[in-house]
Write a protein of this length. Structure first.
Length: 454
């Protein structure tokens, strides 16, 4: 049961009604939030619930013992070790086998058939941030296991973020937050539209085919597909984040924005302040700053940036093309830092265009199945002599999607103003009609959310 499906709409309608009834009764409300979140995750695989239950329970107990020397390193070992086993062990095993084979030795590492738990990269990061903040004395350990379990399992952000900090969520669990339901409704349907229509349509009609076999397409088709994937991944991931934040709002929680119109960025540094904000701030607070941040020499701070972005690449997947994608952005960040702080230069009016081209080129490595496929597509950018016909409809829709993204902020603000001026029953009818139109416009096949793979 994924965001945007008919089953999810039924599920959402029921829990919103029950949530409003139970919210005045704090204990019953929290139990309700936990049970619906466990149910939501169990629909994917009950074993994933067991794994997260074990991790969150041990993390909770270690949080209570954070003043003891063993607690913090053991918590890091638990969460990073779990992430390594489920996400990186097979890559490590295959790499080790190749190495030992090259020197005529046999690897002794066992083969494990491991099922990748959806959301593990996100919830292990939430657990780690909780332990880090306790260690730093930012807040006291949560004493209620029920509260901590709700934080661990809360279904809107469970599968693909945002990476919500414990203090932000737990404070709202104990104290009611003011939520703007009109803005939340707009955010949900904008997110739904971006995923169900824009991202899915462009993936199925252009991007996936070109990235799969770039040798069969012309230079123009490849360029359009690269541009298309920049639009696809934004609409897909920000669409999920929009819906996750909106559903959290419906249940009474204010979750910080995760995307802030990143393709309006004037530099690569500005881009990362707007793209996957919760992840970037996590990397900054729990990796970059512990490494020394910018409090060290310039060379060391540049090295820290490379380490952080190499780690961010590998966080997305244990593969060379993800590592390169991370290093690409790390080099871009260092270059911009030297340009703006050492040389005292400005990116000027071309900054936005340069940033978009730089980011779009990097997405080639992110999207490709492996490094060989990425290089094959790049090769097609300057050695391609094929001539293939691109349907006018593809060019037109790509243009319309680009314009939508450029004016997204204004569109959202306009809808919010209109919504506030209408009686409640009118805008309810409006959104019901909008949802019907969205599904009518959607392609026959809607791909899964991209970040479920991470």
């Amino acid at each position: 049961m994924l965001f945007g499906t008919f089953d999810f709409f039924i599920f959402l309608a029921v829990i919103i009604i029950l949530n409003s009834i139970l919210k005045p009764h704090k204990t019953f409300w929290r139990v309700f939030l936990l049970l619906i979140s466990i149910y939501f995750y169990a629909l994917i695989d009950i074993k994933f619930v067991l794994l997260l239950g074990i991790i969150s329970t041990i993390t909770f107990l270690l949080g209570l013992s954070i003043k003891k020397k063993f607690a913090f390193p053991l918590g890091l070992l638990l969460n990073l070790g779990t992430l390594f086993i489920f996400k990186y062990y097979d890559f490590f095993r295959v790499t080790a086998e190749s190495f030992f084979a090259s020197i005529n030795l046999n690897s002794c590492l066992p083969y494990w058939q491991i099922i990748f738990p959806v959301g593990i990269s996100f919830y292990t990061f939430r657990m780690i941030s909780y332990l880090f903040d306790l260690k730093r004395g930012k807040y006291k350990a949560e004493k209620s296991f029920l509260n901590f379990s709700v934080y661990s399992f809360f279904f809107p952000y469970l599968l693909a973020g945002p990476i919500v900090r414990a203090n932000d969520f737990l404070d709202q669990l104990k104290n009611k937050s003011a939520v703007n339901l009109e803005k939340a409704t707009t955010l949900f349907f904008i997110g739904l539209f971006k995923k169900i229509v824009l991202s899915s349509w462009l993936s199925s009609t252009l991007v996936d085919d070109v990235f799969a076999v770039p040798e069969q397409f012309s230079l123009i088709a490849i360029l359009l597909a690269v541009l298309g994937y920049s639009l696809v991944i934004y609409c897909d991931f920000s669409g999920y984040s929009d819906m996750a934040i909106a559903v959290s709002n419906f249940l009474g929680f204010n979750i910080k924005e995760n995307f802030l119109f990143p393709y309006k960025a004037k530099s690569i540094t500005d881009f990362w302040r707007r793209w996957h904000i919760s992840f970037y701030s996590w990397m900054k607070d729990y990796l970059y700053i512990p490494l020394g941040g910018n409090r060290v020499s310039k060379f060391r701070s540049y090295l820290n940036v490379l380490i952080v972005f190499a780690f961010s690449g590998l966080w997305h997947g244990a593969a060379l093309h993800f590592l390169f994608w991370g290093l690409w952005h790390g080099i871009g960040m260092i270059t911009h830092r030297i340009w703006s702080t050492v040389l005292k230069k400005s990116t000027g009016f071309l900054g936005g265009i340069i940033t978009f081209i730089f980011v779009s080129f990097g997405w080639i490595f992110f999207k490709a199945e492996n490094m060989e496929r990425a290089l094959a597509l790049i090769k097609g950018l300057w050695q391609n002599t094929k001539v293939t016909t691109i349907p006018i409809s593809v060019i037109l829709i790509t243009t319309l999607i680009t314009l939508f993204i450029l004016y997204e902020e204004k569109i959202i603000n306009k809808i919010n103003k209109i919504q506030l001026a209408l009686p409640n029953f009118i805008w309810i009818i409006f959104w019901i009609s909008a949802s019907v139109i969205i599904y009518k416009l959607a392609p026959n096949t809607v791909p899964p959310f991209i970040y479920f793979s991470f």
